[in-house]
Ligand binder design. Structure first.
Ligand code: GLA
Length: 381
């Protein structure tokens, strides 16, 4: 094993074998390797890590934004395809990205008027989404370079990313130390475990923003994907997609995904709250006790047979149907990304929670450790 590590390190790569390095072909090893991926406009070096499990699945993750740049998973015939949208080069991510594959923080989703009050102090954030704040601000966690540490453990190759967000960054209080650990498990799961600590009371809502297409990125729209969401209720929104603070029963509405239903079946339903999207861009209230880890959603792509399950300990799930993709982005392999060419499943707390005292709290206090685990589990049927 040591011999193998030394050889590959000499080639400028770090490759670690989990088991049986001598007898298995390279594609059957559980490995993590790194390579340069360019520089930010401020000249910061960005690296790309490639994670392989022994089943042939592959994830490529950038230190810039913790972006999942590629995620290769098998179909029902064992044929692999890249199931996430993105760019081939760093420049694409630097120029224009709707959060492709990124870590999102400090506050994923919207805060009304970009304003909240905590312990008597009112904080004003940048308003980067109409009148509201979205996804951490002008330079959120999706646009910073994280420090990386790689390893291969019993569960598979792992990339531990760390970032310290300074007190006042993007208007949020407290020095915040965040870690985001990605693992590509032997069960074809991409697992993301967040922890965070602060030195002042603050608010926090960390999530992940991969754009999935289970038929393979660049292979058309996701309207035929069949979705199940484990939720009896949503948090209705106004026309700016800010939650009203109420809860709504999904029964009899296009938000009822308790019976698996194709995304396209009701996406043009005249339901006014759906049309604010326009299309699905809403938060579901997951049926499970607060803080419990459980199944949030299951998505099936009938042609390839690929299945994605979303598991998390977060109370909510933002299901976004790629409504704002409009053909102006040319991504990986020259694919032009059009409306509904991908969907996002973002486990999180409810939108605008800092201003909604009846929603589960998003406050983090000094001495507490924030935890959030998100698992994207792939299989076939
Ligand atoms: C989230 C939001 C959407 C949109 C996308 C990024 O899913 O809810 O409204 O902003 O991110 O384009």
């Amino acid at each position: 094993m040591n011999h193998h590590i030394t050889q590959t390190m000499a080639a400028g790569l770090l490759t670690v074998c989990l088991v049986g390095c001598e007898t298995m072909s390279p594609s059957k090893l559980s490995t993590i390797t790194k390579a340069d991926f360019g520089k930010t406009s401020e000249g910061q070096a960005v690296e790309i890590y490639t994670l392989h499990n022994s089943k042939g699945a592959e994830a490529r993750i950038l230190t810039y934004g913790g972006i999942v740049q590629k995620l290769s998973m098998p179909d029902k015939h064992g044929k692999f395809a890249d199931v996430v949208l993105g760019y081939d080069q760093l420049q694409g991510y630097l120029d224009k990205t709707p959060y492709f594959g990124a870590l999102v923080g400090r506050y994923g989703n919207r805060i009304g008027a970009g304003k909240f009050t905590l312990q008597g102090t009112t904080y004003q954030l940048a308003t980067n989404n109409g009148a509201n704040a979205l996804h951490g601000g002008l330079k959120g966690f999706d646009k910073v370079v994280w420090t990386a540490k790689s390893s291969v453990g019993v569960h598979g190759p792992q990339l531990a990313l760390a970032y310290v967000s300074k007190d006042g960054e993007e208007g949020y209080p407290g020095n915040l130390e965040v870690t985001a650990i990605y693992t590509l498990t032997e069960n074809n799961e991409l697992k993301l475990e967040y922890t965070a600590k602060t030195d002042k009371p603050t608010v926090l809502n960390l999530t992940h923003h991969s754009y999935f297409n289970l038929a393979g990125q660049g292979n058309g729209d996701i309207l035929g994907h069949v979705v199940y969401i484990n939720a009896d209720q949503t948090t209705p929104v106004d026309s700016g997609l800010i939650t009203t603070g109420k809860f709504a029963d999904v029964t009899g509405t296009p938000f009822d995904f308790r019976t698996p239903t194709a995304i396209g079946t009701r996406i043009n339903d005249p339901n006014p709250i759906l049309q604010y999207g326009p299309g699905y861009d809403h938060n579901w209230v997951i049926n499970k006790p607060l803080g419990a880890f459980g199944l949030q959603a299951r998505v099936v792509e009938p042609t390839s047979g690929r299945v994605l399950e979303v598991w998390s300990d977060e109370p909510g799930l933002q299901f976004y149907a790629g409504n704002f993709l409009d053909g102006t982005i040319t991504g990986k392999g020259g694919a032009v990304y059009k409306i509904h060419d991908a969907f996002c499943m973002e486990p999180q707390h409810y939108p605008d929670s800092p201003n909604k005292p009846n929603f589960p709290s998003v406050e983090l206090k000094p001495g507490q450790t924030f935890h959030n685990t998100i698992v994207y589990k792939f299989s076939v049927e």
